[in-house]
Each structure stands twice: as structure tokens, then as C-alpha cells.
Design a protein around this ligand. Structure first.
Ligand code: FE
Ligand code: CA
Length: 539
């Protein structure tokens, strides 16, 4: 797996009509294939399997308790997701399913009534992958909306909506998307997802902390399903628990997601093969393998993103025509262990040691090559932790205190990326970030420690969906003394973006009360970046 999600090779799924690997096709053959796909439209009728009486299988229970999702769209394909789990929290982690394969029928249509079906097929859901359903539908016409659903044992799922991206080389008029992170179940409810699901978006980027690994907090507004998770069954059930949330389900049913991860999908603040509280490496790698396996089962990611023991390559690029490239980064799996002897915060010379890496050499080379050769109008880096230099005591001249889990703990790696953006004149780099449970805007300079170096990029840091709950904390005063600082807000929410060839706009959506699933959500602040002029301007 090394291809872009815009023009790479793909594989088909059993029973898919009209599916052909696209990799080797000429452009003309591909256009013909797309036309043939459009010609596959079936006139108004419901297939028999979808009309069977409900409740005949799965002991009368709904197998689609975790909803439906889609993701990793290209200009010709998209991944459809579900998981059969009539009892989503069954202790063995198998969702109440038998230990045998189950046929799942799927179909994708041009309309929300599922009348104009363009493709259908059967996917075999297997107990080895917790009866996850992942269908990579190929040969779809570019840049349009689709609706899809599944059927297992005569029970139909809800209908989800998804889309393909604009064709390679075309400059789309407009892109709208949201990015989000950090949805600790125990910290509150998902009013932010309820609001996002109602927006007019082409996709959602999830930047990590999709689940949290911690045990039960009795004082929380809602509780985790058990103690801190270590085993495959526990990671599966934690994902399943989060996926039972109706607002999160609505967001997944409304848009394709582009998903990466941060630390809590495995363990707080892990770095490569080293664990927060110093478990032996082989033991931690076993845990990481279980966590990665469960993640791949629950995320609507392409088949190329799959675990190999404790490793899984998830960094990948999406092309939204020529308007935007989106690089989803993985800054956990390959990072060097923490600087300054493992301190949480502080500073020391090895913070800036060029041999220490946030991304790992292979991912850094991949990103550098992609950025240096990019012809996209906007180049979006979807990443986990704050990239801007953020000295928490910048107000005291000569004193330094950095969060060493962020890019400040890997300063040389950061500055190599930003200096490359300057040297190669990368068109409009924009960094989008999660992790810190608060909203920020930063101007990023080619050399972070040199305020006289040019601004080359803009960073929008999105707050948490729920993590942090309704605790009031204010990092704004500490952040404001840093040279690149533009904005801070400490509430829960997400970021909505609207992008065209000339202008990027980010709206910070904030939740009034994270303890209320019906809470109002409103725009707290908006910033724009003009094409060709790095740096954010408040509007
Ligand atoms: Fe978080
Ligand atoms: Ca985090």
C-alpha cells in the first residue's frame, strides 16, 4: 500500500457487478468503465433479499446496531462499512455473532430511495475480523453523491449517504468538510456530531482519539463498558460502545470519513513501541497489535490499510481533484521516544536533535516527495498534535516550557517539513490538528524558533468533540505570547471548512453544553486564508 487514494490500484469484492481493477486501465478505458457503471442503473425495484421479513435471523435482534459508514473516497471508488453485532458488548468481543461466516448483501444507488441501484454484491463477513463489513466499490462516476445499505439474514440496515471525489485534474468549484478529534465517551455527549451531521459537507476528517482506553469513571455523565482495555475483545467492544452513539452514527451515515488515529486508540501518549508507563516492548507490541486490529475492523478504510502483526501503515493521501490534496499523517507509530528523559513538559537539547523523528524516515520521505511535487491548490496536512511552537511560558523572556508529546518535542522534524514548504514553494500548506482539546489558530514559520523567518503555512487546531467535558481551562493567556499565535478558545466542538481556488475559510463550531446531547452549537470565530498568502485573518 503506497498509492494515493486518487489514482492507485484497487481490488474488487466478491460478487461486485462491473468491478474491475482500475490500476492498469488507460484513461479512455476508465471513462468507458465509468459510463458502463452509470449504464448499470436498475429501474425502480427492491431486490428480494431486502424485502424479507425482519427478525428471522440473529435471534430476532438487529445486526446493524453499530450503524453504517463510508470512507476513503477516490474519484472512482469508496469504502462502505458496517459490522454485524446484534449484541455489541458481548464479553467475547464477537458482538453476539456465531463463529461462522455470514453473507451480507450490499447495494449502492443514485437516489435516497435506493431505486436507481448502480452496483450490488455480496460480502462475506468473517468471525476472524469480528464480522466487519468492508466493501470497496469501484468504477463509480466521479464527483457525485450515492446512497447505500446492507442486508444480512433478511434484515436491512439504515441507508447511508456517501460520495466520490472530483476527477483527477479537475478544479472543483468548492470543497466543504469538517475535522474533529477526541471524543471521550465518559466526558459528555456528541452534540457536536449532531450538528456536523446536519451540515453540507463533502467529507469529515477524524484526526484521532476516536476511542479512549481508560476504565470506568463512576462520576462521569456516561460510563465506559469496563476496565482499561488491553485485549482484542476489549478493544472491539470499546469501538462498538462508541459506535452505538446515535449522533456519531448519523454523522457516519451522512458523509464519507477520512480517518487517522492518535494515542488513545492504543494507550495514552505512546510513542512507537514505548508505552506511557513503561511496559516491556514485546508486551506493549501485543497490545498495539490488538488495538490496530480492532481499529481496522471498525474504520471505513481501504483494504490496503490492514494490520501486519503490530504494524499498520495508515498514512495516505487523498486528491480532491486539483483543488486539494489531503495528507493524513500517523505521528504515533513511528515516533522516537520522548525527549528530555521522558519528561511530559520541559526543554533540553535533544528536543531539537535532528536524529529524533515524529514521523519516521519513510513517512517523512513520502510526505516530502508529495509536497514537493504537488500541483494541488491547497495542501492539507491532517495530523494529531500541535505543530506550532508553543512555549507555555513565553510571557517570561528567556524561559521555555514545551509539551514534549507535541511537535515541540521533535522540533527538527517539524522544521524540515516547514522549510521544505518554503524552499519548494508548496502551494498553500494548511495544517489541521487535534489532541489538545481546545481551538487554536497559528501562523507557521519556516524556522519555528526564528520569528524573522517567513510565514509559510497556517495551522487550525480543532477542539475536542467531548474530551475534557465541561471543565473550564484556559491556555490562551499562556499561548498568546508566542509569535505565531492568532486565536484560542477552550470549549468543545469541531471545525467546519469551506475551500475554493482563492480562499480557505474555517468556522470554529462550539457546543454550549457538552453534558446535553441536544445542546445548541454555534460559530465562535471564523478565519480565512487567501491563496498565495500564508497566515490566517479573522473575519
Ligand atoms: Fe484526546
Ligand atoms: Ca491525544
Amino acid at each position: 500500500m503506497g498509492e494515493d487514494r486518487g489514482n492507485g490500484g484497487q481490488r474488487g469484492n466478491r460478487g461486485e457487478e462491473g468491478a474491475a481493477p482500475v490500476a492498469g486501465l488507460t484513461r479512455r478505458a476508465f471513462v468507458r468503465g465509468a459510463a458502463a457503471a452509470a449504464g448499470l442503473v436498475v429501474a425502480s425495484r427492491l431486490p428480494q433479499a431486502f424485502a424479507a421479513p425482519a427478525g428471522s435471523a440473529f435471534g430476532g435482534l438487529d445486526p446493524f446496531t453499530l450503524g453504517v459508514a463510508s470512507g476513503d473516497p477516490t474519484s472512482y471508488s469508496v469504502v462502505l462499512w458496517s459490522r454485524l453485532a446484534p449484541q455489541p458488548l458481548a464479553p467475547d468481543g464477537l458482538g453476539g455473532m456465531p463463529a461462522s461466516p455470514v453473507d451480507v448483501r450490499w447495494e449502492i444507488a443514485l437516489d435516497d430511495q435506493m431505486r436507481q441501484v448502480v452496483k450490488r454484491g455480496t460480502f462475506v463477513a468473517r468471525p476472524e475480523t469480528a464480522h466487519a463489513v468492508k466493501v470497496e466499490v469501484l468504477g463509480l462516476p466521479a464527483d457525485r453523491w450515492y446512497w447505500f445499505r446492507f442486508d444480512a439474514g433478511g434484515v436491512a440496515s439504515r441507508i447511508g449517504r456517501t460520495r466520490t471525489f472530483p476527477a483527477a485534474g479537475t478544479l472543483a468549484q468548492r470543497l466543504r468538510f469538517a475535522f474533529a478529534s477526541c471524543q471521550n465517551w465518559q466526558s459528555g455527549f456528541y452534540a457536536a456530531w449532531r450538528d456536523a451531521a446536519q451540515q453540507d459537507l463533502d467529507f469529515v476528517a477524524h484526526l484521532g482519539d476516536y476511542i479512549y482506553e481508560s476504565g470506568v469513571s463512576r462520576s462521569a455523565p456516561r460510563q465506559h463498558d469496563g476496565p482499561e482495555i488491553f485485549t482484542l475483545a476489549q478493544y472491539r467492544n470499546r469501538h462498538a460502545l462508541y459506535r452505538t452513539d446515535p449522533d456519531l452514527q448519523d454523522a457516519h451515515a451522512a458523509f464519507p470519513f477520512l480517518v487517522t488515529w492518535d494515542d488513545h486508540e492504543v494507550d495514552n501518549d505512546y510513542a512507537g513501541a514505548s508505552q506511557e508507563n513503561g511496559a516491556p516492548v514485546p508486551q506493549f507490541l501485543q497490545r498495539r497489535a490488538a488495538a490496530y486490529q480492532a481499529w481496522s475492523e471498525h474504520m471505513p478504510v481501504t483494504a490496503g490499510v490492514r494490520p501486519v502483526g503490530p504494524d499498520m501503515r495508515i498514512y495516505r493521501r487523498f486528491l480532491y481533484g486539483r483543488l486539494a490534496s489531503v495528507y493524513l499523517l500517523d505521528t504515533r507509530q513511528y515516533r522516537s521516544s520522548r525527549a528530555c528523559g521522558g519528561a511530559q513538559v520541559g526543554t533540553c537539547p535533544d528536543r531539537s536533535d535532528p536524529a529524533r523523528s515524529m514521523m519516521g524516515a519513510a513517512q517523512e520521505a513520502w510526505l516530502s516527495q508529495g509536497l514537493a511535487g504537488s500541483t494541488s491548490r491547497w495542501n492539507v496536512l491532517g495530523n494529531q498534535t500541535v505543530m506550532a511552537q508553543l512555549n507555555f511560558i513565553a510571557a517570561f523572556p528567556g524561559q521555555e516550557l514545551y509539551n514534549l508529546d507535541q511537535w515541540d518535542g521533535f522540533a527538527a522534524n517539524r522544521d524540515r517539513i516547514l522549510q521544505l514548504c518554503a524552499d519548494r514553494r508548496v502551494p498553500n500548506p494548511v495544517v489541521i490538528t487535534g489532541d489538545i482539546h481546545s481551538s487554536w489558530v497559528w501562523d507557521l514559520r519556516a524556522r519555528s524558533a526564528d520569528p524573522s523567518s517567513p510565514v509559510v503555512a497556517t495551522e487550525f487546531v480543532g477542539t475536542s468533540i467531548s474530551s475534557g467535558g465541561d471543565d473550564a481551562f484556559d491556555l490562551g493567556a499562556a499561548g498568546a505570547a508566542n509569535p505565531g499565535f492568532r486565536f484560542y478558545d477552550g470549549e468543545r466542538g469541531y471545525v467546519r471548512c469551506e475551500v475554493d481556488a482563492g480562499l480557505w475559510r474555517s468556522d470554529f463550531r462550539v457546543v454550549a453544553n457538552v453534558l446535553d446531547p441536544a445542546s445548541p452549537v454555534s460559530t465562535k470565530a471564523s478565519f480565512v486564508v487567501e491563496s498565495g498568502r500564508p497566515g490566517a485573518v479573522r473575519v
